[in-house]
Design a protein around this ligand. Structure first.
Ligand code: PBG
Length: 324
């Protein structure tokens, strides 16, 4: 019989040694919670495909932010869903739009909460695309001007950081210039740099009411089959002045997260998107998996792959599990 000389199991014999040699430690400091805000008062519309997540009116959003802050979560990303959508998503650039008022209210109620805004048009347009439609297509350069107008209103409202997610060419440069020209040179940009045209966004589109009314997003979001192209996108955003690089989704793209981490010297964010969350919720509800174990394993794997920041609908649960 072969008797091994090397025995890796020696370092797995009890909790104490396992903890000493653990290479990845998830912390509540890594987590960013996405929240959805709608018009009205005392509104809490549960998002059926994302149990535990709701569309909230500003008054209830503030309550939620207080609770979240007390759990130790120091950062949120806000998505605004206006009552009235139109072809150009005009609420998105209105100083008194839903997102602008939400940011102001949150910063007033909980000034220590770090507030990031999603910068895009799909939640605001009646056609559900991420920019202006010209001749049946999302027009890149028209959208750049709109994005620049949009971020300035976010910054004026008090946003701490902006996160463009529309995958327009030049979006980071256009936004950086818009911010700098308006004395917001200290507002960082977290770019959804490598964002894929993914089936995993399904539940989010219920949450944000942003399903495209015609076609899909493959003319601007990336092909899931591509990896080198992701690095090209990332390099462009670095050159245009991005401060943080995001990869999205996370779970099917751990290789991309890892590659960005090893090749680029900026913080890396990963978006553990709605479909990744809903799959775990659904399987847990059926009793097929242990929710806490699987959710924490997923978040740890995203961090192990190289993410410094993780946007996740599991932020609240993870914070309470980490506090246990
Ligand atoms: C676009 C945006 C989307 C998500 C975040 N920002 C949707 C899309 O591109 O269709 C998806 C997030 C998720 O699925 O959790 N504003």
């Amino acid at each position: 019989m072969f008797t091994p000389y090397y025995r890796p199991r020696r370092l797995r014999r009890n909790d104490a040694i396992r903890e000493l040699v653990r290479e990845t430690n998830l912390s509540v400091n890594d987590l960013i919670l996405p929240l959805f805000v709608v018009e009205g008062e005392n509104i809490k519309n549960p998002i059926s495909s994302m149990p535990g997540n709701d569309q909230l009116s500003i008054d209830l959003l503030i309550k939620e932010v207080r609770e979240v802050y007390n759990l130790g979560i120091r950062s949120i990303i806000l998505f605004g869903i206006p009552d009235q959508k139109d072809a150009t998503g005009s609420d998105a650039v209105n100083e008194k739009g839903i997102i602008q008022r939400a940011v102001m209210a949150v910063k007033e109620a909980v000034p220590e909460m770090y507030v990031i805004t999603d910068v895009c048009f799909c939640e605001y347009t009646d056609h559900g695309h991420c920019g202006a439609i010209v001749d049946g297509h999302v027009d890149n350069d028209t959208t750049l001007q709109m994005l620049s107008d949009q971020v300035i209103t976010h910054a004026r409202a008090g946003a701490d950081m902006v996160a463009p997610s529309g995958m327009m060419d030049g979006m980071v440069g256009a936004i950086r210039k818009g911010l700098d020209d308006n004395n917001f040179e200290n507002i960082p940009i977290m770019s959804y740099a490598a964002k894929y045209a993914s089936g995993f966004y399904g539940p989010f589109r219920e949450a944000a009411e942003s399903t495209p009314q015609f076609g899909d997003r493959r003319a601007y979001q990336m092909d899931p089959a591509n990896s080198r192209e992701a690095m090209y996108e990332v390099e462009l955003d670095v050159n245009e002045g991005a401060d943080i690089i995001m990869v999205k989704p996370a779970l099917s793209y751990l290789d991309i997260i890892h590659k960005v981490k090893t090749q680029i010297n900026l913080p890396v964010a990963a978006y553990n998107v709605s479909g990744e969350f809903s799959m775990v919720k659904a399987a847990a509800k059926l009793g097929w998996i242990d929710e806490q174990k699987v959710a924490m394993e997923i978040l740890t794997s995203i961090k192990r792959a190289g993410a410094d920041l993780i946007l996740t609908y599991y932020a609240k649960d993870a914070a309470s599990w980490l506090n246990q």
